[in-house]
Design a protein around this ligand. Structure first.
Ligand code: SAH
Ligand code: F3S
Length: 451
C-alpha cells in the first residue's frame, strides 16, 4: 500500500458489530495488519483504513453498517489515501452487491478470507479497483502470532468454524459455513500455551456450536477431551467456552466441568423458546422437557452452575400461549442472564418463507417482558450472594467509576469493588456487600494479597 509519508505508518481503525466470534476475527485482522506495519488507532478521524467487522444475524445490524458506510463516503472521495474494508458475515452475505450499494468500499472479504486482508488491500492499490473475496474453504485463519487484545490476560480462542445445524431462522450456516471445521486439539493447546506465555490467564474457547467440537477430526475428540487438554496448560487459571447448543450437549460435559477446576461454572445455553410448538418450527431438535432436564442435570452435577440463555421473541406464528410458555421456562430455571432478540427475517433462511406475522409492537412488548422477568431473577439471585466471598478475576478499573475495579466471579457475575489497578489480571477474594440486578458490589476480603 502506498503511503503519503513513508515515515508515518498507516493507521487502522476497526468498527465492530456482532458476537464474540467477530471480536476474535477482528483481533486476528488487527494482529496481522500490525505485523505488516499498520498501527491500530481508536480515533476514526485519524485512520487511513477503516475496517467494518459486520454481523448478519439481524437486519438491524446490517442497516447500521450501511449507514456508517454512507457517513464515510465523502471522506473516501476527498482523501486519495483513505481506504474502507468490510469483513465478516454481512460481507459474506452481500458480496458484490455491497460494492454496488456502497461503491466507496475498497475491500469486501468474507468470514473465512479476512486473514488475507493485507493482500487484498495491496491488490486494491495495484489495480485501483475494489476487490471481493468470499471463498468459504481453504483459509483457516484461527491462529495468531501477534496478539491484539483489549485485556492482556484474557483471550478468545477459536476452536471451530461453521455450524451444521439449520435452525430455521438462522443465517449463520450460510455466512460462516454450513460444514463444521474443528481445529485439532494440539493446535488449540499450542495456541493456549503461547497465550499463557504472553501473560494470558483466562481463555474463552469459541465455536458457534461448540458441543459438537471434534466431529470433523480424526479420532473425534469431543469438547470434554479438549477441555481436559487445555486444562493441562500451565499459567491458565480460567477456561470458559461458548456457545452450547442444547441439541448437541451431552452429560459428559457436565462431568468434565465438575472435575476440572479451571473450567468455570458457566454455560451459555440458548433455549430460543419455551414452547414445543415454536421449538419444532425453529428446527431446534430438542423439546422444552429435554431442555429442562439438561438444565437440571447440569445444576446437579456442577454445583453453582450459572445458566445464561438466548430467546427469540415474535418468531412467525408465536402466540400469547407460546410466549407464556417461554415465561414459564424462565420461571422454572431462573437464569443468570438472558439475551433477548426480536425475530428478524433473514433472506434465504427457511423461516423467511413464513409470514413475519407478529407485529413489531408485540415483539417489543414481549422483549421488554422477558427482560423484566430476567431483571427480577437476577436481583433475587444476587441478593442471595450478599455476605458471601467470591474469587474474582480482576478486569481493571470500572468504566463507570474510576474509584472501583471490576472483575468476574467464576459464574461470570460482574463484581465492582475498590482496589488498586495493579490487581488487574489477578484473582482475588471479594466479599459482596450489596447488589443490583447486574452487579455485585463489595470489598476485598481478608486474606487478599497486599495492594
Ligand atoms: N450458535 C450461535 C448462534 C449465533 S446467533 C449461538 O448459539 O450463539 C446468536 C443469537 O442470535 C441466537 O442464539 C439467536 O437467539 C439470535 N438469532 C439468530 N437468528 C436470529 C434471527 N433471525 N432473528 C432474531 N434473532 C436471531
Ligand atoms: Fe444458528 Fe442454530 Fe447453528 S442458531 S449458529 S443454525 S445452532
Amino acid at each position: 500500500m502506498k503511503n503519503e509519508n513513508p515515515m508515518q505508518p498507516r493507521k487502522v481503525f476497526l468498527e465492530a458489530f456482532g458476537c464474540q466470534m467477530n471480536v476474535l476475527d477482528g483481533e486476528l485482522v488487527l494482529s496481522d495488519l500490525s505485523r505488516k506495519g499498520y498501527v491500530v488507532t481508536d480515533d476514526v478521524a485519524a485512520a487511513d483504513l477503516v475496517v467494518f467487522n459486520t454481523c448478519s444475524v439481524r437486519q438491524h445490524a446490517e442497516q447500521r453498517v450501511l449507514s456508517r458506510l454512507g457517513q464515510l463516503k465523502d471522506r473516501r472521495a476527498r482523501d486519495p489515501g483513505f481506504r474502507i474494508a468490510v469483513m465478516g458475515c454481512m460481507a459474506q452475505r452481500q458480496g458484490e452487491d455491497l460494492i454496488r450499494a456502497a461503491p466507496q468500499v475498497d475491500v469486501v472479504c468474507g468470514s473465512q478470507q479476512f486473514v488475507r486482508m493485507f493482500d487484498l488491500l495491496s491488490e486494491v492499490e495495484e489495480t485501483g479497483r475494489s476487490v471481493v473475496a468470499l471463498e468459504q474453504e481453504g483459509v483457516s485463519g484461527q491462529s495468531r502470532d501477534v496478539a491484539v487484545r483489549p485485556r492482556p490476560y484474557q483471550a478468545f480462542v477459536g476452536v471451530m468454524r461453521g455450524c451444521h445445524h439449520r435452525c430455521s431462522y438462522c443465517i449463520v450456516p450460510r455466512v460462516r459455513g454450513g460444514r463444521e471445521q474443528s481445529r485439532p486439539v494440539a493446535d488449540v493447546v499450542d495456541e493456549v500455551a503461547k497465550l499463557a506465555g504472553d501473560g494470558v490467564v483466562e481463555v474463552i474457547l469459541l465455536g458457534q456450536n461448540i458441543n459438537s467440537y471434534g466431529k470433523s477430526l480424526s479420532g473425534r475428540p469431543n469438547l470434554p477431551a479438549l477441555l481436559e487438554a487445555v486444562h493441562e496448560v500451565d499459567g491458565i487459571s480460567r477456561i470458559r467456552f461458548i456457545t452450547s447448543n442444547p441439541m448437541d450437549l451431552e452429560v459428559d460435559l457436565f462431568k468434565a466441568m465438575a472435575e476440572l477446576p479451571k473450567v468455570m461454572e458457566y454455560l451459555h445455553f440458548p433455549a430460543q423458546s419455551g414452547s414445543d410448538r415454536v421449538l419444532k418450527r425453529m428446527f431446534r431438535g430438542y423439546t422444552r422437557g429435554r431442555y429442562l432436564e439438561l438444565a437440571e442435570k447440569g445444576r446437579e452435577i456442577v454445583p453453582g452452575l450459572s445458566l445464561a440463555t438466548d430467546f427469540i421473541v415474535g418468531f412467525p406464528g408465536e402466540t400469547d400461549e407460546d410466549f407464556e410458555a417461554t415465561i414459564g421456562l424462565m420461571e422454572r430455571i431462573r437464569f443468570e442472564q438472558t439475551f433477548v432478540f426480536k425475530y428478524s427475517v433473514r433472506p434465504g433462511t427457511r423461516s423467511s418463507e413464513w409470514e413475519d406475522d407478529v407485529p413489531g409492537i408485540v415483539k417489543k412488548e414481549r422483549n421488554n417482558r422477558l427482560l423484566k422477568v430476567q431483571e427480577r431473577h437476577s436481583l433475587m439471585r444476587n441478593q442471595g450472594r450478599i455476605g458471601r466471598v467470591f474469587d474474582v478475576l480482576v478486569e481493571g478499573v470500572s468504566p463507570k467509576n474510576p474509584d472501583r475495579l471490576t472483575g468476574r466471579t467464576r459464574g461470570n457475575q460482574i463484581v465492582a469493588f475498590p482496589g488498586s489497578p495493579c490487581l488487574a489480571g489477578q484473582t482475588v477474594p471479594v466479599r459482596v456487600h450489596r447488589v443490583t440486578p447486574l452487579t455485585l458490589i463489595g470489598g476485598l476480603a481478608s486474606g487478599a494479597p497486599p495492594r
